[in-house]
Design a binder for this molecule. Structure first.
Ligand code: CA
Length: 382
């Protein structure tokens, strides 16, 4: 089998209701999809992570102009070989960000091809499933107007609860006083309902304020506190982690085994959150999982993409070991973004759906996605 074509599809659609996380206003949702075509009739799908503020054309250009020429006529089953070829060829201008997102999209598609070629879901190729279903947590609590939305966010917590979620992640990072007010309202709404909470500031603060916020949240029994400081500030992560009682999480803005070597080696986090669509795909996740096990750090993947990224991330999370074994060990949980994203439900025939807060790991070959090309044509950036 050999690769005979690679098609890249940058998609975008404006949102009816723009929303903010701590780093800016998200006015449209986008995705960079890639389709790797073989001479044996098997096509693999992949997706580059497109953060809310990131133009999807960047990763598309990386794939089209830098990666595609490296892969034509090659054996798609040589996933590890091709990963290193892509990384080495882009090292001098890549290593992070949209370049590794482009590598990720290709790598995901190659594993999709391999799963289809061998007739097994990708998690089987990764060594098997530690779990056949995964608990989903709701990511939400974005802002629509800015500060002062605590009471609306308290009501949003009830909506997630009524939709079945028993774990939720609250977006913070809009000023300490506003953050604490939001948590008070969310906590009041959920009192006595047995819901696990996480918080995520998307690196809104420096070390001092990140620690002050953590002190203010000490009573919420948080499962984790995510991205307390900027991703480059590894020493700051360590300082925050040393000073606060709750587990510290981060890693959605870190890339490859090399980035995670420094991040984990510095003792930055208790929980590492590589995003399959930007860390470097399944191949890089395998490297990072091994590193994390060696450092006693739990992997809990970050997920914010379209239906393809969700399907791929479900295959990954099935194959993530627990870092701290015991008979009642805490299992990784699946990030289920509840913000508006038209490509999550429309793009594939069987989109990811949660029931009672749980998702079954799909058992179809590869990623198990059947893509609706009309949706791609409709939203493609021309
Ligand atoms: Ca996050």
């Amino acid at each position: 089998m050999k690769i005979v074509d690679i098609n890249v599809h940058p998609l975008r659609t404006p949102l009816e209701t723009p929303f903010a996380f701590s780093q800016g206003w998200v006015r449209s949702r986008s995705a960079t999809l890639v389709e790797v075509v073989t001479d044996e009739g098997i096509t693999g799908w992949g997706e580059a992570f497109a953060q809310g503020l990131e133009p999807p054309q960047i990763a598309a250009a990386v794939i089209e102009s830098a990666l595609k020429p490296l892969l034509m006529n090659e054996d798609p089953l040589a996933t590890e070989v091709l990963w290193h070829r892509m990384y080495h060829a882009t090292r001098d201008y890549g290593r992070k960000g949209s370049v590794t997102a482009g590598i990720s999209a290709i790598d995901i598609a190659l594993w999709d091809i391999a799963g289809q070629a061998y007739g097994v879901p990708v998690h089987r190729l990764l060594g098997g499933a530690f779990r056949t279903r995964v608990q989903a947590y709701a990511t939400g609590f974005y802002r629509i107007t800015g500060q002062g939305e605590a009471s609306r966010l308290g009501e949003e917590a009830i909506a997630h609860f009524e939709a079945g979620f028993r774990a939720m992640k609250v977006k913070l990072g809009y000023g300490l006083a506003d953050d604490l007010q939001v948590m008070k309202e969310v906590g009041r709404s959920l009192a006595g309902r047995g819901v696990t909470l996480m918080v995520d500031t998307n690196h809104a603060y420096g070390v001092a304020d990140a620690i002050r916020l953590g002190y203010g949240l000490a009573d919420y029994d948080l499962r984790w506190y995510e991205e307390p400081v900027a991703p480059e500030h590894i020493g700051g992560y360590r300082e925050v982690r040393d000073r606060l009682p709750m587990p510290i999480a981060g890693g959605e803005n870190e890339h490859t085994l090399y980035g995670f070597r420094d991040f984990l080696g510095a003792g930055a986090v208790d929980i590492a959150q590589p995003d399959l669509g930007s860390v470097g795909g399944f191949s890089a996740c395998r490297h990072v999982i091994a590193l994390a096990q060696a450092h006693g750090v739990q992997i809990n993947p970050h997920v914010w993409g379209s239906a393809i990224a969700q399907a791929a991330s479900l295959q990954l999370i099935a194959a993530v070991p627990v870092a701290h074994h015991n008979v009642f060990a805490e299992e990784p949980i699946f990030e289920y973004d509840r913000s508006s994203h038209p490509f999550r439900q429309l793009l594939v025939r069987e989109p990811v759906t949660q029931q009672g807060g749980w998702i079954d790991i799909p058992q179809r070959p590869g990623l198990g996605v059947e893509v609706d090309r009309d949706v791609i044509e409709k939203y493609r950036i021309r």
